[in-house]
Design a protein around this ligand. Structure first.
Ligand SMILES: Nc1nc2c(ncn2[C@@H]2O[C@H](COP(=O)(O)OP(=O)(O)OP(=O)(O)O)[C@@H](O)[C@H]2O)c(=O)[nH]1
Length: 865
């Protein structure tokens, strides 16, 4: 051990070692008050000015470096310094020679000893005060802890009885670290505190107390200081000092607040009891498809719970997966929620057929359509009426063909739809628009009832529209109006003069004869119908015609059916929408409004709607755009789904019958001759029972036309072709509108199928795929082979091995198989459109130039219902 080491020890521990050699700098430990009971130890250095005396002029060199080593005795030191400080080192520093001191030196030493004694006393007092304060702090802390434990124990009596006991025990019994406050000064010896500070640490340092413990003291110092600091440090770390804490009696300790403890207890009680929260049952809106995440949100459940449920059901899914409404409903009901299914089409809700809110119903003009057989004078009659009865006061106005016009008779208006013919009428009806109130059936007096007259009758009847018969061309000498009347009887049109209720007027379009009578009849019929509408509500109606006009953009002629349309209105028409820029009437004049049954041209629609589309005024552009987009999407989907299903199919009809309990089975029959049609109609009629019967909405001889398709579509009927085919336009229309056409050449098969459909047991579906048509250009008679048709494939392709039909004037002459299919003398598998080929039928030779050979493939698909 060196001197320097000794010095260091003193400075660190603060102990005073009695030594002859006093360091120039004195050091000591002082406890400094930090406020609110906190203290800290501070090392204090005291620098003393050296006093020089005459005898000290030659100062004794430092004893430690004295060259003469001399034995060091303790005794003189002990005698010179009367009260040896407790635990003072027994050995003075080596190298001190006492017996060679001068008188001055002795005097100086005596003074030094006195000073040190005074210092010792002061330090002892200070240490005593420190010890008392520390003891008080500890006691206060212990009391606070005990109080906290006691409160906790009281409030949580049931749950923590033992803890309460323990807390009480702790509170009652003093621990070494927490003696009672009043006992503290007695319990902690002052001198012990001054020297070793911690009596309770004595067990840790027995070796230190026994002898000179400088190195040991140095090492253990942090430990000995430890118990005095923790409280202050804990307080500092526990959190920020608040006003409450500062004003607290404890001063230096912050316990948990009462409410914090209550909260904690409540939390513990909840978690221990696992109290289920009250579940809120919701009405979950389900669209056709929904993601699991969205469904969970709508149910206010966790998506992980939904996924767990699905896993239990054996389906591994992710939150982003899309499920259908059925599964979503199952999940929702499993979680205890109710379900409300909504569909995309809900966007259209409240657009059409909006109920009148108050407003008075006022009479409106009737809307009339003219129908009839070709060349019976429909156009002539329409023109004659228009020319003769242009709305009074408007003379000179240039008549515009906008698709509809109005005439005036006896101060009453009549609206005519300018597109004659039942095809247009039914096309409109097929789109859901029943624009017409009255149908004028034009029958030429010199020609009587013809096939299209019958079609027109059937179309009007299917629509439930009353008919007025206009017997035209009565100016002609060959006119026989009576023949027309009797002819109509066969088709269940009973005119007044024959005892029926149907009004009939003999007219001449050319001579303008009886046009007034016809108009009177229309007004009379309108009166019977009591046509009324509310002009004060938002407008609804139907598109009569639409076109893209150069310079004016999209132009649509609409017929307002209810409400009043004005410029600035936002409307949706079919899958188009727009803001009405201008309204133009049938005389080319801009008008400010169009009321019920008024035809007007609208400018401002974004695209071109289709004739027959319904239109309605909506409240804002957003809604209009939304509906238009939905409808465009729907149209695309429909187009995509067209291949997969047909609307007017026997199968579907049967399902409908089962679903709706409907008792009618609508059919449209076209045959090669009237006789076979009658036979078919008779056979089908016999199939009828009390529960279900077939209703032939139209039948006729001849090929299947576009008008048949639209009638079938509008009436939801299936078309049966007996030995007849559909022409190209009709085929396209059937495909577009999803109407099934079934071809038969044996009445027995036809009746069997209808019977099966009606009784709910359909035989395997015979699905026929059209492959192509070839026109016979020339017929060659080749010996040994027979008749060979030199053809050009006009449509699609022709395949060897497929079924073929020979068609003459849209009537099937023969159905069978091909014997040969040749191209430049070679037998080929198929011939494509535009190419020429040679064909011969098996066992059939009656072929002529101009005949058409239809090629088709037949598949039998077993029905699954
Ligand atoms: N004598 C006479 N001829 C008439 C009368 N009405 C029409 N015609 C003639 O009959 C022919 C056909 O008349 P349209 O008005 O074109 O007949 P439509 O029914 O419109 O004919 P499509 O448009 O082909 O269906 C024309 O040549 C007319 O001149 C009439 O009252 N008397």
């Amino acid at each position: 051990m060196s001197d320097s080491n000794d010095d260091k020890t003193i400075s660190v521990t603060g102990k005073k070692t009695f030594s002859l050699k006093r360091p120039a700098i004195e050091q000591g430990m002082v406890r400094q008050e930090m406020g609110r009971g906190r203290t800290k130890s501070v090392v204090v250095e005291t620098r003393k000015r050296r006093v020089t005396r005459p005898e000290d002029e030659n100062p004794v060199p430092p004893v430690t470096f004295k060259p003469r080593p001399a034995p060091v005795t303790e005794k003189p030191v002990v005698t010179v310094v009367p009260p040896p400080p407790p635990r003072a080192p027994a050995t003075p520093p080596r190298g001190a020679v006492l017996n060679q001191l001068s008188a001055g030196e002795v005097e100086a030493r005596r003074r030094a000893l006195q000073d040190s004694r005074v210092r010792d006393i002061e330090e002892r007092k200070r240490a005593e005060a420190d010890a008392i304060r520390r003891a008080e702090e500890e006691a206060r802390q212990a009391a606070a802890d005990a109080e906290a434990a006691r409160l906790k124990a009281i409030e949580d009596a049931a749950a923590a009885k033992e803890a309460a006991e323990q807390a009480k025990i702790e509170a009652a019994s003093p621990t070494p670290s927490a003696p009672p406050a009043e006992a503290a000064p007695v319990a902690v010896p002052v001198d012990d505190a001054a020297r070793g500070r911690r009596r309770d640490n004595e067990s840790e340092a027995p070796a230190r107390t026994g002898g000179p413990a400088r190195p040991g003291a140095k090492v253990t110092r942090p430990e000995t200081a430890k118990p005095t600091r923790p409280k202050a440090e804990e307080d500092r770390r526990r959190g920020k000092l608040t006003l409450t804490a500062a004003l607290n009696d404890d001063g230096n300790s912050r316990g948990r607040s009462l409410s914090a403890m209550r909260r904690r207890q409540e939390k513990m009680r909840r978690s221990s009891m696992q109290e289920p929260r009250e579940k809120v049952m919701r009405e979950v809106q389900l669209p056709e498809t929904i993601t699991i995440q969205e469904l969970s949100q709508r149910m206010a459940e966790r998506s992980v719970d939904v996924i767990k449920f699905l896993m239990k059901e054996g389906q591994m899914m992710k939150p982003g997966d899309i499920i259908d409404a059925d599964l979503a409903e199952l999940i929702a009901s499993e979680f205890g929620h109710t379900v409300k299914r909504v569909s995309e089409s809900d966007v259209e809700l409240g657009i059409f057929n909006v109920a009148d809110e108050g407003g008075e119903l006022v009479s409106r003009p009737p809307v009339v359509t003219i129908m009839g057989h070709v060349d019976h004078g429909k156009t002539s009659l329409l023109d004659a009426i228009r020319d003769a009865n242009v709305v009074s006061g408007e003379a000179g106005g240039i008549t515009q063909h906008i698709g509809a016009y109005q005439v005036e008779k006896n101060g009453k208006l009549i609206t005519f739809i300018d597109t004659p013919g039942h095809a247009a009428f039914t096309a409109m009806r097929a789109r859901g628009a029943q624009a017409t109130d009255i149908a004028i059936l034009v029958v030429a007096a010199d020609d009587s009832v013809m096939p299209q007259t019958v079609e027109s009758i059937n179309h009007a009847k299917a629509a439930g529209v009353p008919i007025i018969v206009a017997i035209n061309k009565i100016d002609k000498p060959s006119a026989d109006p009576q023949k027309v009347r009797t002819g109509l009887l066969q088709h269940e049109v009973f005119v007044e003069s024959m005892g029926g209720e149907v009004l009939d007027v003999e007219v001449s379009a050319i001579k303008h004869t009886n046009l007034d009578k016809l108009l009177d009849a229309i007004l009379l019929q309108a009166e019977l119908l009591d046509l009324k509408a509310n002009p004060t509500r938002t407008a609804e109606g139907v598109v009569v015609e639409a076109k893209l006009d150069r310079g004016r953009g999209s132009v649509a002629t609409v017929l307002v059916q209810t409400g009043t349309l004005r410029p600035g209105d936002i409307l949706v028409a079919g899958d188009q929408w727009g803001r009405v820029r201008a309204l133009v009437n049938d005389r080319g004049e801009q008008v400010k409004e169009a009321g019920p049954a008024f035809p007007v041209e609208i400018l401002g629609i974004q695209g071109t709607p289709q004739a027959g589309d319904r239109f309605a005024v909506v409240e804002n552009e957003g809604r209009a755009r939304e509906i238009a987009e939905y409808r465009q999407r729907l149209a695309r989907d429909k187009a995509a789904a067209r291949q997969s299903g047909t609307r007017g199919s026997l199968e579907q009809m049967m399902t409908q019958l089962q679903d709706t309990g409907s008792q009618e089975f609508p059919l449209l029959i076209k045959g090669d001759v009237q006789g076979s049609i009658e036979a078919i109609a008779g056979a089908i009629d016999k199939l009828g029972t009390d529960e279900v019967r077939a209703r032939i909405i139209h039948s006729g001889a001849g090929g299947i036309t576009e008008s048949d398709i639209s009638l079938a579509e509008a009436s939801g009927a299936a078309i049966i072709g007996f030995n007849v085919r559909a022409n190209k336009q009709a085929r396209d229309a059937a495909e577009r509108d999803g109407v099934e056409i079934r071809y038969y050449n044996i009445i027995y098969d036809l009746v069997d199928d209808v019977k099966a459909a009606m009784s709910g047991m359909l035989s395997p579906e015979r699905r026929e795929t059209f492959l192509g048509n070839a026109e016979i250009l020339e017929v060659f008679n080749i010996t040994k082979v027979g008749k060979v048709a030199g053809c050009r494939v006009t449509e699609g392709k022709v395949e060897r091995g497929s079924g073929v039909r020979l068609i003459r004037d849209n009537v099937v002459i023969h159905e069978g198989k091909l014997k040969t299919l040749k191209r430049f003398k070679d037998e080929v598998a198929e011939v494509h459109g535009g190419q020429e080929c040679g064909m011969a039928f098996e066992n059939y030779e009656d072929i002529r130039a101009g005949d058409v050979i239809e090629c088709f493939r037949v598949e039998h698909i077993t029905r699954t219902l």
